[in-house]
Each structure stands twice: as C-alpha cells, then as structure tokens.
Ligand binder design. Sequence first.
Ligand SMILES: Cc1cc2nc3c(=O)[nH]c(=O)nc-3n(C[C@H](O)[C@H](O)[C@H](O)COP(=O)(O)O)c2cc1C
Length: 176
Amino acid sequence: MTNHKILITYASRSGSTAEIAEAIGERLTQRGIQIDVLPMQEVKDLSAYWAVIAGSPIRNSKWLPEAMQFIESHRSVLSQKPFATFTVSITLAMSNTEPYRQAVLKWTQPVRALIQPVNEGLFAGRLDFSKLPINWDTLKLRAVVALGIFPKEDRCDWKAVSQWADGIHSLLLQKC
Ligand SMILES: Cc1cc2nc3c(=O)[nH]c(=O)nc-3n(C[C@H](O)[C@H](O)[C@H](O)COP(=O)(O)O)c2cc1C
C-alpha cells in the first residue's frame, strides 16, 4: 500500500485503448494504489503523480499524433518519473501474434526514442466500424476484416492486461 498516486493516461479514437486503460486502473486500484485514469487531453499537470502509464493505439504504423504530442510536451517531467507505456493494435488480435510483436515494437520505437519506459505492454485492439468514419483507410480495413485477416470481434486478452498491471505495479513503485 502506498500514498503515491499513479496516472494512467491514454489517447483513443474508438474506445478500445480507453477500455484497456480502465482495466489497468481497476487492477491497480484493487492493489490499494491511488489511480487516476484520464484521456491525454485532460492532463495538464503531472506534479501530483509519482508515476505515469501512457497508452495509445497504432494508426498507420504509429502512435496517434496526439499521444506523441503528449509525450513530447511532458518529456522532461516524465523522464524524471517511473514511466511505462502500452500500445494497442489490431495486428496483435491476429492469430499467432508472436511474429508481429517485433513489428509493433518497431512502430513504438519513436516513443522509446523520447523516453525509455520501464516496461511496454502490447495488447490486441479491435476494429469497431460503428465508431469509425467511412473513408478510404477504414474501407481498406473493412476489406481486410472481410478477408478474415483481421478479426471482427474483440480479441483483447484481458487476463494479459491484468497480468501486465500486476507486473508493472512493482516496477513503478519500487523506489517508493
Ligand atoms: C485508420 C486506422 C489505421 C490503423 N492502422 C493500424 C496499423 O497500422 N497497425 C495496426 O496494428 N493497427 C492499426 N489500426 C487498428 C487500431 O490500432 C485498433 O483498431 C485499435 O484498437 C484502435 O484503438 P482505439 O479504439 O483506442 O482508437 C488502425 C485503425 C484505424 C481505424
């Protein structure tokens, strides 16, 4: 048990990264840690937090621009705190994801170039077309789903999310 508060902050366009952030928050709260879970646009000041976990989905092989902007804006403060990241991607919802983890880690290299996290969670996302605009990019994704390459359903491994939260808790609080 600690009085040190942890911020879990995320960027999310169609809700799946927000749900994973909430699940990490619930797990850490069960461990008696004070947690705020907030979208990045609502975070102005990090001074109240002992540690920060930041998450973004992948779009076109990159973290969302607003998530990169958040890291760049708060880089100097974040580099002085225990800091972890998580990344959500549909590639990791495919069957046999092991070979794709390396690809996702390449996509998150620009984040590590700004600040090296103590740990990086990689989780399966989902494509919820009811929450996405109709445009060329999403039409291509619909085709990939129709071909059975990306799944329609939610394949997030919630147990893996909880396990990651369990592991990250001691890494983030070890210097308390
Ligand atoms: C326009 C668009 C581009 C995407 N590009 C990628 C990609 O390059 N690689 C990938 O693995 N997933 C990609 N995805 C899938 C998202 O990472 C996945 O749907 C994620 O769960 C979305 O998170 P959100 O619901 O928090 O916005 C893309 C999704 C959209 C809508």
